[in-house]
Design a protein around this ligand. Sequence first.
Ligand code: ADP
Ligand code: ADP
Ligand code: MG
Length: 489
Amino acid sequence: MERPFNKILVANRGEIAVRVIRAAKEMGIRTVAVFSDSDKDALHTHLADERYYIGPPDPLESYLNIEKIVEAAVKTGSEAVHPGYGFLSQNPTFARRLQEEGITFIGPPPEVQEKVGHKLKARLFFSQKGIPIVPGTLKPVSIDEAYDEAERVGYPVLIKPGGGGGGIGMSVVWSENELKQAITKASELAKSAFGLGEVYIEKYIPKAKHIEVQILGDKYGTVVHLFERECSVQRRYQKVIEETPSPAISEDERKTLYKYAVKAAKESKYVNAGTFEFIFDMENRKFYFLEVNSRIQVEHPITEIVTGIDIVKEQFKIAAGGKLDIEPKRFGHAIEVRVYAEDPLENFAPSPGLIAKLREPSGPWIRVDSGIYEGYEIPPFYDPLLMKIIAWGKDREEARLRIRRALEELVIEGVRTNVPLLRGVLEHDGFIKGNYTTRFLEESGVLESVKKYMKEEDSKRATKKKEVASPQSGVTYVDVWKLSSRLFY
Ligand code: ADP
Ligand code: ADP
Ligand code: MG
């Protein structure tokens, strides 16, 4: 399929909007960016062919405003909309509204979203189909029911919002006397973040790895997996570093994982790109289904790098009715680090502001997916993800050393970033060995190394004062270079 659409609208911002625009351009598809008042100068608006204003900075009035985005798509004559991740990407109402206007939603159809998008409904559905889920409740629990349920499941337990995401509102409860407060808090947070106060209980698995499977499905029932990603380096239940393959599971365990994911995708009649997330319990070496992310994911590039498959282009083709015709193979190892404008020593508080200086890394086998540029001011209203750096290596150690090198090259002046933390993790024995768990940041002591790397980062400058003596009068550097090169030939 040469060109699945003539023109699409990208209903997102930041690095993922840039990522989608790039794939579209490579396929000859015209692109429309949408932007709020605080994004007039955002990178995605500069790279798209057209831009459309959608309202105030508050996401509820712009990037989450369904009618505004539908209007933008209709008025610009866009044939399809790519939602990126977050915002409206998992919202079936949005997908339906687009359908009504005859516009294609580039993602799973609303019926699939409804089946898999709600965590609790997904647990029920997949457990009925024989996929192992984390032990816990299959329906929302009230405070009164919670005591019995938590007792049955066994402490520690994890309280989760039924319709949640992004790690919001989750909390671990170690004993009965913390339960009431945790449920109340989770419910309040869930209500304000997702408009749905219901919460449920899962067994908390202390020695866990987060391992997920990338899936692609077409409209004709073909489902393929693009192997796994391990995303156990997390803060506040959110991923910071991802890699593929997972360094900690055997070939047999891998096969079991793929079997679960493909079965789950087929049972839910999954269409387009999606990720089936699992928790791997290191103690009994079993996988338990967590949730489906029915959209493109932040960490998709590591899969692209080891398979050579452009997942966003596949999304376009599938949405346009194309048949999947890929036979994924994996080669080497890839690691991604997420660079956030946040302070690792201040409980990861966001640190928006002006990017005074920027030098992005490059060189062999480094990919940078960035949403920023020098002179850009990061607005305080959105996710503070600045860029993702992805490195490929023929093996894990080469990928690790390469991404370490890339982080040393990276210079960002003007805002605090988590780069010192990323560097600390890459050097930590637990990471190097590969047996780290989701509690790695809390338990490994790696946060203590942050200060050292912070000092190093502070002494880096994108532009240094000239330290070399000026060349002799009349002869410039270039001239000298030409002269010396001539002497050799
Ligand atoms: P991943 O794609 O790796 O699963 P996250 O789960 O961190 O990444 O989510 C990607 C982005 O989407 C983050 O910016 C997160 O804050 C946002 N997000 C995820 N789920 C929701 C949700 N239900 N509501 C609002 N934002 C969400
Ligand atoms: P979100 O929608 O926020 O992505 P998930 O259910 O995917 O929610 O969980 C996010 C992270 O929280 C997981 O990657 C994992 O680190 C942790 N987590 C979730 N459920 C459990 C559990 N039952 N036991 C231990 N850790 C868990
Ligand atoms: Mg998740």
